[in-house]
Design a binder for this molecule. Structure first.
Ligand SMILES: Nc1ccn([C@@H]2O[C@H](COP(=O)(O)OP(=O)(O)OP(=O)(O)O)[C@@H](O)[C@H]2O)c(=O)n1
Ligand SMILES: C[C@](O)(CO)[C@H](O)COP(=O)(O)O
Length: 231
């Protein structure tokens, strides 16, 4: 049976957490590495579970760690844990298959974005509820962006006013995400990218700097600092 959080909620959140974390360096799978003494995944799930609209959370864990992840998350929130896949897309598909009947809004949220505030979960879900098929949180690109060739010679300066850095949670009408995964071709790291390939409009909402993706060692240090200063 699938664990439920708020039976009156209309949102299922899929948390892909099966990645290795190669860019973070050698060690345990990234979602299980400690941040201020607790695994990244615990931080991420605790914040998702604090969003009032959330009915169900499904975590895709590293295949060898499913039981350990169940035990780790049991005191945090009622969560369903399934084995993830070799690519993020396969992990999301496995979690999507475990969503029970009920929630018609499905969010996909990286475990690696461990400090994402519950308010961002709510604002993405609200935009889907308002009628958007697919919603992504974004931030403006703050650096000047150059296009370069293979020899790192600058070809030109890109107009960054039309560029956005994309975060998670990404929100979808359930049927839209299901159809996108059913007809998915080459693995993409981004669910909105799958939906775009179906010709479906994707809408942006403001993201949060706290939703940074912990990818490299610097990001982990930054997250430690943010937590120690009250994030
Ligand atoms: N096979 C995979 C690969 C990634 N993810 C998850 O997708 C999220 C975003 O991926 P990323 O941060 O790029 O993580 P990794 O793939 O682990 O990073 P790296 O490329 O450095 O190994 C993470 O929460 C990660 O655990 C997953 O569930 N299954
Ligand atoms: C969905 C995503 O977080 C978009 O930023 C994605 O998982 C990024 O993965 P990447 O491998 O770092 O591009």
């Amino acid at each position: 049976m699938t664990a439920q959080l708020n039976p009156r909620g209309d949102v299922a959140v899929l948390v892909p957490a099966a990645g290795a974390g190669v860019r973070l360096g050698p060690g345990a799978p990234k979602a299980l590495r400690p941040l201020a003494g607790e695994p990244l995944l615990v931080h991420a799930v605790r914040r998702v579970a604090a969003a009032p609209s959330v009915h169900t959370i499904v975590v895709a864990a590293p295949a060898t760690e499913v039981e350990a992840v169940r035990a780790m998350l049991a005191p945090v929130a009622p969560v369903t844990v399934v084995p993830g896949g070799a690519e993020r897309q396969a992990s999301v598909a496995a979690a999507l298959a475990a969503v029970p009947a009920g929630p018609e809004i499905v969010l996909v949220h990286d475990a690696a974005r461990a400090l994402t505030p519950p308010g961002l979960v709510e604002s993405v879900a609200a935009a889907v509820r308002d009628g958007h098929d697919a919603v992504i949180p974004v931030l403006p690109v703050v650096d000047t962006v150059k296009e370069v060739d293979a020899a790192e010679r600058v070809l030109g300066t890109v107009d960054r006013s039309a560029l956005r850095a994309v975060q998670t949670p990404q929100g979808f009408r359930r049927s839209v995400l299901l159809a996108a995964h059913r007809s998915a071709g080459d693995a993409l790291t981004d669910d909105a990218g799958l939906v775009e390939k179906q010709g479906i409009a994707v809408t942006c909402v403001p993201g949060s700097e706290l939703a940074l993706k912990i990818t490299r060692p610097f990001d982990l240090s930054l997250a430690e600092h943010l937590l120690s200063t009250g994030a």
